[in-house]
Design a protein around this ligand. Structure first.
Ligand SMILES: Nc1ncnc2c1ncn2[C@@H]1O[C@H](COP(=O)(O)OP(=O)(O)O)[C@@H](O)[C@H]1O
Ligand SMILES: [Mg+2]
Length: 306
């Protein structure tokens, strides 16, 4: 198992979306990151480790179906999910899952630029393992003290951070493991999700608590996504705020909210500082040219020009 993270010529950059809390926006975020990177021309593999919900898998299936129905060539990552396991004991089931996961990763770690992993909202062996493989860990959290508590505890009178919580300790352990194995660093980015127009004072308090917490945890903060109906509406079509916002793609007229959502997703990608280079831009251009010309008669492509 160690060679997953110790292989010196490992090429894929691993992004994990994790938080020990359901409904914080992991699947929504990882889907947007996957589309951001495939649209930019990278070879992206995605893995759904939430074997109970499989929302990421369904999101991507919806994307394939919608793309086919509308004939609109949406970019797709190469997606993998774990199959059913049959063991009676937890240890047996974990062993089967581990074997599947190892097989998937060994198939893609040298063939893809990025591996994006969605995780379930609870602790488990695979969850901890994939955190220790991550180059970037993105943790979305709803803008409330209930979600905050999953990362750290605060003093109710002073608002000071008094302790870090279970999930933060899991990440700390993953970091230690990673350093021991290949001296790699985990860039942990906590992003606020479903930001609403709550009172300015409440917002300011939350931001201050988060800043304190980020110093304790060694993580960076990203502004994240506002509460927007579009994030929910796009799931059945498998679309993201980064896809073309025309009526042909959306099936309805685009709204201002689509563009606002797109801006915040782009801001998140910029904050993550991923290794996105010239090569990726060239690939993206080649792909766009290919797509533009794929449906045209051959003369239009200039091949038969004098
Ligand atoms: N910024 C947002 N605005 C509105 N709805 C959101 C936002 N982020 C997530 N949601 C919705 O919240 C629910 C939970 O999000 P999801 O990404 O599935 O979380 P997780 O994977 O952490 O369980 C989904 O219905 C999703 O569409
Ligand atoms: Mg999910």
């Amino acid at each position: 198992m160690r060679n997953l993270v110790s292989t010196p010529d490992k090429q894929a950059y691993v992004i994990v979306c994790g938080n020990e809390k359901g409904g914080s926006g992991k699947t929504t975020t990882v889907m947007h990151l996957a589309v951001a990177l495939t649209n930019a021309g990278y070879k992206v593999a995605t893995i759904d480790l939430d074997t109970r919900q499989l929302s990421f898998t369904r999101y991507l299936e919806n994307r394939k179906i919608w793309s086919h129905k509308r004939g609109i060539g949406l970019s797709q990552p190469d997606h993998f999910s774990l199959g059913q396991v049959s063991g009676d004991l937890i240890s047996e089931r974990e062993g089967e899952e581990l074997e599947q996961f190892t097989n998937i990763v060994s198939r893609i770690e040298r063939t893809h630029d990025f591996i994006l992993i969605d995780t379930p909202g609870h602790d488990g062996y695979l969850m901890r393992l994939c955190h220790s493989m991550a180059d970037t860990l993105v943790t979305p959290m709803n803008d409330s003290y209930v979600d905050f508590d999953v990362l750290g505890h605060i003093d109710s009178e002073t608002g000071d951070v008094t302790d870090v919580s279970h999930y933060a300790k899991t990440v700390r352990e993953a970091r230690r493991h990673r350093r021991r194995v290949d001296n790699g660093l985990l860039d942990w980015v906590v992003m606020r999700n479903r930001l609403t127009q709550i009172s300015a004072r409440n917002k300011e308090n939350m931001l201050q608590s988060l800043k304190d917490l980020s110093m304790r945890l060694g993580c960076r903060l990203a502004e994240g996504f506002s509460e927007r109906v579009v994030y929910r509406e796009l799931f059945p079509m498998g679309l993201t705020a980064l896809d073309d916002m025309d009526e042909e793609t959306l099936g309805v007229s685009p709204r201002l909210a689509h563009l606002s959502a797109r801006q915040e997703v782009r801001a998140l990608v910029a904050t993550l500082k991923l290794p996105i280079d010239e090569l990726g831009r060239k690939r993206a251009q080649a792909r766009r040219t290919w797509l533009e010309n794929a449906d045209r008669p051959i003369q239009d492509m200039g091949v038969l020009a004098d």
